[in-house]
Design a protein around this ligand. Structure first.
Ligand SMILES: Cc1cc2nc3c(=O)[nH]c(=O)nc-3n(C[C@H](O)[C@H](O)[C@H](O)COP(=O)(O)OP(=O)(O)OC[C@H]3O[C@@H](n4cnc5c(N)ncnc54)[C@H](O)[C@@H]3O)c2cc1C
Length: 401
């Protein structure tokens, strides 16, 4: 058995021991607050069992294993439905960036330990009403008085901000230069004076994204991560940290077997749905598509095991998987008829078609919208010319807004 397979078995044994208390079934019906409390407990147990910071250096409290060990653990954990959703962004991007750029190593060590144990949560504040896909169009501004900084502006769609202790943020420090060049990156205390978090209610009734407002928020220069004017580079670094994460060819929605089960039981014009040509063709198409995505994932994994960097084909994953999950969920709801419109706020996205359908559009936007991923595929995989960029070379404050 390879080292990774031994590790997978070890991970599964741990997860199986945790599942009765923290797994999907134990969480059913929980409020967000109950789930968060359970999540914090689980994170502490995970840390104590040696599965915290799997691929981080032992110097800062990690396990010193490889990225492949981490993907292996995450892939297994995903199947148990543990309450880890609050901590994914925190440990995925902001904390690694803090580790890389913050010079106060004692402070970093303390933050890392608390973040790994679920005691503290970090958010990532990039998107704004005027700068989402085009990150460099952001307008939250900082001004220096030579002794620190004052920040004013607004971020939006910040995941879990209402539960966060700290966050990383990219701001405009110089509007007189090209848009990519006038940005500076900081970390902030989410409880600081002048920071106001307002949850946004989503279609499914939940509020895991927020608007965050800043009114004369005071920042010390020691909160700066990277050089003044170097914020775009640090932002790209943030987005590239874990390019290869555990993926799911079902687009984080129901498994295809669930659809086949439904098609066999549902009545369509006096016959089982599975006998309908459109239903059969949807099953075949989704099977082929998911097998293709799984093959891309396997190839990326094999490349990483051989010490190579997989290419940009990973951007196909989210685009194809979430889009087809949305279509398949729509068909399942049609097959269910009126029952397909029943809404259960506690239903699980991997077993409930209505929840999967309602939740799918956010998956088509977060982490890069479909159109932006299509641009990546066009430019990086197909080698087509770059997207038209009319504001190239123009100072930010000269771009019409
Ligand atoms: C569930 C969820 C969680 C999120 N969490 C976070 C978070 O924690 N932190 C954070 O900073 N942000 C977060 N976001 C925001 C997310 O990153 C942005 O929504 C995303 O980058 C798109 O930006 P936008 O919403 O401003 O849309 P816009 O960029 O305004 O896009 C509007 C439309 O125009 C299209 N478009 C834009 N540019 C192009 C182009 N060049 N070519 C073709 N079409 C284009 C888009 O595809 C889209 O259809 C989250 C979003 C969601 C839905």
């Amino acid at each position: 058995m390879s080292d990774l397979e031994v590790y997978r078995t070890k991970a599964r044994t741990f997860l199986e021991s945790m599942a009765p208390k923290y797994g999907r079934e134990a969480r059913t019906g929980n409020s967000v607050e109950q789930d968060l409390a359970l999540g914090r407990e689980y994170m502490a147990a995970r840390y104590d069992a040696g599965f915290g910071g799997i691929n981080w250096s032992p110097d800062i409290g990690g396990q010193g294993l490889t990225h492949l060990h981490k993907i292996t653990f995450d892939g297994e954990e995903m199947q148990f439905g543990m309450p880890v959703q609050f901590f994914g962004i925190s440990l995925g991007m902001p904390v690694p960036i803090l580790i890389h750029y913050c010079e106060d190593k004692l402070f970093v060590k303390e933050r890392v330990r608390k973040a790994l144990r679920g005691e503290e949560i970090w958010c990532q504040m990039f998107s704004e009403p005027s700068g989402g896909s085009d990150l460099a169009a952001l307008r939250t501004k900082v001004e220096t008085d030579g002794n620190g900084w004052k920040m004013n502006g607004q971020k939006i769609w910040t995941s879990w901000a209402q539960y966060c202790d700290y966050g990383v943020i990219v701001t405009r420090s110089d509007p007189t230069v090209e848009k990519h060049k006038g940005l500076t990156y900081f970390f902030i205390d989410m409880k600081a004076k002048g920071v106001e978090v307002r949850p946004i209610k989503l279609a499914g009734g939940d509020s895991h994204v927020n608007e965050v407002f800043f009114d004369d928020v005071r920042l010390e220069d020691s909160q700066r991560l990277g050089a003044v004017g170097g914020g775009f580079g640090v932002s790209l670094h943030t987005l590239m940290i874990e390019r290869y994460i555990a993926t799911d060819s079902a687009g984080f929605g129901p498994h295809l077997d669930e659809f086949v089960k439904l098609a066999k039981t549902v009545d369509l014009n006096g016959k089982p749905g599975i006998e309908d040509g459109r239903v059969r063709s949807a099953i075949a198409r989704n099977h082929a598509m998911r097998a293709g995505l799984d093959a891309i994932t396997k190839r990326a994994f094999a490349m990483m095991m051989a010490g190579m960097q997989p290419g940009p084909e990973g951007s196909l994953q989210k685009l194809v998987a979430v889009r087809s999950r949305q279509k398949l969920s729509e068909m399942a709801m049609d097959l269910l008829g009126a029952e397909g419109l029943d809404f259960d706020p506690h239903a699980y996205v991997k077993t409930d078609w209505g929840t999967s359908w309602l939740n799918a559009p956010t998956g088509r936007i977060a982490g890069g919208s479909d159109e932006v991923l299509l641009n990546t595929i066009a430019e990086k995989i197909l080698g087509l010319p770059q997207d038209y960029r009319p504001d190239k070379g123009i100072p930010f404050n000269a771009i019409p807004a």
